[in-house]
Design a binder for this molecule. Structure first.
Ligand code: SAM
Length: 224
């Protein structure tokens, strides 16, 4: 199946930020867990699929001394990140596909939010291997993402619950339609499968630290 994720984000970049808070039930706790799992002494951080910089801005606030590199294949999304983060010598931007781009080495943390579920399943474990290689010993890989229900029944319940949650959150029918349009490009994998791929890649303590319906925060450490 052809992957149209880049086009989808290029086209919907302008509405993405406005929609985000309403379309991610448990938004603050989800992102809070993602930032909270980064080692306190992290100085070199890579954000995979940084998009409009929603996660990056929180990381920046918690790690004002860190060098943060944003990698994303949608130039319009990175442009929004640049507007959000402003003039900051500690922040660098790269337009590129992270399944192919050379990742910086010796990183303290690799973070990613709501992005890796756009990859085909064959590409996810390869990315986890490359993330493991790019980290320093003791470095952390953190993936805050949408996951697949472990059974078709649970997947159907995830969908129904998400619709009820976002309507309760005040999402408009247009916002829901835009989100469903983006979701055409989703290729979610289960938590169990992703933790196994992380362990196979060499992560010592892969675990899921937070989960609210299909929104999960998974992390693993490269052994010191
Ligand atoms: C839903 S947005 C999330 C943005 C941001 N991380 C956040 O939490 O708000 C997903 C981002 O991943 C990017 N993306 C998806 N697949 C990618 C790939 N293979 N290489 C680079 N960027 C990718 C998209 O362009 C998009 O900006």
């Amino acid at each position: 199946m052809v992957n149209h994720s880049q086009t989808v984000f290029d086209v919907t970049a302008s509405t993405y930020d406005k929609d985000r808070a309403r379309l991610i039930p448990g938004h603050d706790r989800f992102y809070g867990w993602a930032v909270g799992l980064i080692p306190a002494d992290a100085r070199r951080i890579l954000d995979l699929g940084a998009g409009s910089g929603g996660l990056t801005a929180l990381v920046r606030k918690a790690f004002p001394e860190a060098q943060i590199h944003l990698l994303d294949f949608s130039a319009p999304m990175l442009e929004l990140a640049n507007q959000r983060l402003g003039d900051d010598a500690g922040v660098t931007y790269e337009v590129g596909d992270y399944t192919r781009a050379k990742l910086p080495k010796g990183l303290d943390a690799i973070v990613s939010a709501l992005s890796i579920h756009h990859l085909d399943d064959a590409d996810k474990p390869q990315l986890f291997v490359r993330a493991h290689e790019a980290l320093k010993p003791g470095g952390v890989f953190l993936n805050a993402d949408q996951v697949l229900g472990p059974t078709p029944e649970l997947e159907a319940r995830y969908k129904a619950l998400w619709l009820a949650q976002v309507r309760e959150n005040g999402a408009t029918e247009q916002q829901i339609r835009d989100s469903l349009y983006r979701q055409q490009e989703d290729r979610c994998a289960t938590v169990e499968q992703q933790l196994q791929w992380m362990r196979d890649a060499g992560f010592a303590d892969a675990d899921c630290w937070f989960k609210d319906n299909r929104f999960a925060v998974m992390a693993g450490t490269k052994a010191a």
